[in-house]
Design a protein around this ligand. Sequence first.
Ligand code: A3P
Length: 303
Amino acid sequence: GKALKEVVFDGMSLPPFKPLREGVEARLNAIKHLETRPTDILLAIYPKSGTHWVWEIVWMLLNGRAEYIKEGKESLFLEAMDDIGTIKSMDSPRVLNTNLPFRWLPQKHVESNGKIIHVIRNPKDICVSLYYHFIGSGLFMHSDGVQFADCFEGLFSKERKPPYGGWFSYEKDFEEAVSNNYNIHVLYFENLKRNPMVEIKRLAEYLQVPQSTKLLHEITDSCSFNKLKRADDTLKEKNKYKKIVVGANPKFEGDVDKVQYNSFFRKGEIGDWKNHFTVRQNERFDELYRKQMVDSKLTIYFE
Ligand code: A3P
């Protein structure tokens, strides 16, 4: 078909980012053995669970002002950035981010109790978010080439190698890491959506940064869905960014200027899965969830 073939490694299918296409094992090992700094913050989050959102909040808290910057998150996205060596010249504190599972995180950072922020989102909404991400992104495949059912099967069916090894194993591994007392701050997407002030304050405490009520209010306001979406939409770099993403797909045949900008701020709601899942898909998912998460103590908020 027209789709750009995914990269498969260690039981995971990974997005076809250039560094992964050109040498997945080398890049993953470079991440694992990354020379981290004690001041680094690492966001380790399954795809479509709110990485962009939380990256902005963390950056604002660390810098003490509620100002949006877009290039920041992408320039520290470990498996996608062109040259991972460029992080050496970046100022501290660096807000590193990745969708890789716990076992592939930078070991020095993990073992020295470096700060790790982990966001959990309910996987039904992740499925919907991923579907629109596939549709909107020239990086993955042509917009006419993906159906919701494909996305559902790709994410949840046992026969496939799901993105980043799949949500179930991703979260089970993190649950175990938390129980092993690594320095992980766990945050739920749904709680952040419902009680942003409370969760942003908890983040500030974890990061050990000064937090005036005024700053917390400003960040809550600047990081609301509508404000972030508007800030992102009005970016001057929008077109440049679009070209980088689409241009990374060597199989892309269309007109880059006609491709829709793939916003990471789509709808930002809880429970959009109800508008997309069939009754049958929902039953299959619930059954799978019961089996997969039988030993888990996680509470997931599906609505
Ligand atoms: P939807 O597609 O459901 O809208 P990631 O950054 O990990 O790719 O996650 C993207 C998801 O986070 C998108 O979900 C996006 O809308 C949502 N998101 C980003 N900022 C948000 C905000 N301020 N409030 C609610 N959801 C937000």
